[in-house]
Design a protein around this ligand. Structure first.
Ligand code: 13P
Ligand code: SF4
Length: 376
């Protein structure tokens, strides 16, 4: 990145955890799709191999169309690790960009186009809270506890897990991460998504061993119960996936007995139980892509992905599982194509905007936790 300057723009203060992140300049706010596409393509032609764009499956159509690689969190972390471009532009949310910064080389920069793309679930397990819970739980038991954190968490929590012998997982390998942990300890503390944790416990036939730890409710923190169970679930959740309910599936099956249902494992237990298939966003894509023409699939995940699937597979009938009530992810939506235009044109002019840089002391440890996941 020699020769690049990082100039401060005159922008409003952000509540975001990275205080170097900047808001979109006014001149970029009203670009239309045609102008954007021309400018993005021109900037990409200029930047050539210096830039790679990674796009999560929940990104809007324009971002997905400009991405060099799209995928689920696991696939994108592998693409980030393999990338040799100077700049990795992340179409996703902060914890994904942080993870990319952790696994790319020090001379590569990871850019998150918009500063507001923060996953609320990742914010539900703050390292300070987790430290307190850890002290309370470990004081109540002599068992060895291995912490496992979902990728949807910040770097400091990943670093904490590494320090305690634990690791990171994504929705596609949570069961393997639990197995890794149980080979090395007696109990798992899983953070922050209780639904993914519960669904994983079921997959491993350990549903009787589950207790929830609610850090916000004094009555929801019971060290004795934690000591008596093998899987302790942090009481976090994704509001996009909590929206799906069992009766959405029951009603669908009444009205459309021919319809199949695929859902993400961040959905509630009873929803996963009632679905035909459960899996990460890439499993959901594979399911629809391998469906026979004329099949009907209802999709229990973020609505952008349901819309992409309908567009990409016109021969399959794709329905959002809860119809108009299906949500898009507010955090993912912040990666507006105007922001992509801006960060690319700034790079062409020699300026890096919205660079995600994990603190070096966290980076090293968090990398251990991610590497453990990449090896399972
Ligand atoms: P995937 O890893 O399945 O893509 O999920 C990421 C996510 O944030 C789901 O809400
Ligand atoms: Fe976070 Fe849910 Fe959005 Fe995934 S869909 S990024 S878990 S808020």
């Amino acid at each position: 990145m020699a020769g690049m300057e990082t100039t401060q723009l005159d922008t409003e203060l952000s509540l975001f955890k990275y205080d170097n992140l900047e808001q979109l300049p006014r001149s970029y706010r009203d670009l239309d799709a045609g102008q954007r596409t021309d400018r993005i393509e021109a900037a990409l032609a200029e930047l050539g191999d210096d830039v790679v764009i990674l796009g999560h499956n929940y990104q809007c159509q324009e971002i997905v169309e400009h991405a060099d690689f799209t995928g689920d969190s696991y696939q994108l972390s592998k693409e980030a690790a393999a990338a040799d471009a100077d700049y990795v532009i992340f179409g996703g949310v902060t914890f994904m960009a942080e993870s990319a910064d952790i696994i790319t080389d020090d001379d590569q920069s990871v850019i998150l186009p918009s500063m507001e793309a923060s996953c609320p679930m990742a914010g539900m397990a703050e390292a300070l809270q987790v430290d307190t819970a850890w002290a309370e739980i470990t004081a109540a038991t002599d068992d060895d506890i291995i912490p496992v954190t979902y990728m949807n968490s910040y770097a400091d929590l990943k670093a904490f897990c590494a320090e305690q012998g634990g690791l990171v997982c994504t929705s596609s390998n949570a069961h393997k991460a639990f197995e890794y942990a149980f080979e090395r300890g007696d109990k798992v503390l899983f953070l922050p998504d209780k639904h993914l944790g519960e669904n994983t416990a079921h997959r491993l036939d350990m549903e009787e061993e589950v207790v929830t730890w609610d850090p916000w409710d004094p009555a929801g923190k019971e060290p004795a119960k934690a000591a008596a169970n093998d899987i302790i679930l942090w009481d976090g959740y994704c509001q996009v996936h909590e929206r799906f309910r069992e009766d959405h599936i029951t009603r669908l099956r009444d009205q459309r007995p021919d319809a199949n249902v695929v859902v993400h494992p961040e959905c509630r237990r009873e929803v996963v139980e009632a679905a035909d298939i459960v899996g990460s966003t890439s499993t959901i894509i594979d399911t629809v892509e391998s469906a026979a023409p004329g099949d009907t699939w209802a999709i229990g995940t973020e609505v952008h992905l349901a819309n992409h699937l309908a567009r990409w597979n016109p021969e399959v009938e794709v329905l959002p599982l809860c119809g108009d009530a299906c949500m898009d992810c507010d955090a993912m939506r912040q990666i507006d194509p105007n922001y992509l235009t801006w960060v690319l044109e700034e790079l062409v002019d020699g300026r890096e905007r919205n660079v995600i840089e994990v603190a070096p002391e966290e980076k090293e440890l968090a990398r251990v936790a991610i590497d453990r996941m990449l090896e399972i």
